[in-house]
Design a binder for this molecule. Sequence first.
Ligand code: 13P
Length: 245
Amino acid sequence: MIVAANWKMNPALDQASVLATALANQSFPQIKRILFAPHPYLVPMSVRLTGTALEIGGQDCHFADHGAFTGDVSAAMLRDCGASLVLLGHSERRAAHGETSDIIAQKITAALAQNLDVMLCVGETKAERDDKKAEQVVIDQLQASIPKHAPPARLMVAYEPVWAIGTGAVASPDDIAAMHDVIASVLAERYGANHVPPILYGGSVNADNAASLFSIPLVSGVLVGGASLDADAFATICAAAQDAA
Ligand code: 13P
């Protein structure tokens, strides 16, 4: 079981330090915990979380190694600042930064080349689900975003329906199970049934619904946005994951 916190562009640094201290004091040895921190916080967070089991990741990286890309960061920069993995293809980046699956594939290649593991986000919009295109959209995102050479042991996939993010409208257990089954089939076709990377759910995960999410088949973890900014809520989610592990 994996519980990943995506802080997005939150919180203020002083609050981040308090939160990191709380996370460092929590112990959930049976699960993998990940923190995707804002880039300027990677160094202070990795210093603060040294010696804990928490893994630290960036929320994006550029596909180039270096160059004239003002405001961007490279995979090597993330690694040098203490990250061991990176979140790529989040719908907020696909929507607000025009990231296509082709660009995301190049970013995955760059991240793997720098020894960063990758959590790839996929998910359909409300309109795509209403049009009954959700499964095809996610299949297309997976096929186009995962480069041919990407080793399954270095990958995780987070299914985040766009309409469930930050809305309180968590997807139904049946819809989550069905989509995780589709994702697992695509990955099994590529890697073989015994090498399917972990598949996480994300979208309005909170302390109240986490336990029920972990009981859904093929849910290997959760990617948590808003609730990860509350140390107690995050601990409750981790405890539910540990119970289910
Ligand atoms: P919320 O948990 O706030 O819905 O965000 C989910 C998400 O986008 C995590 O990457």
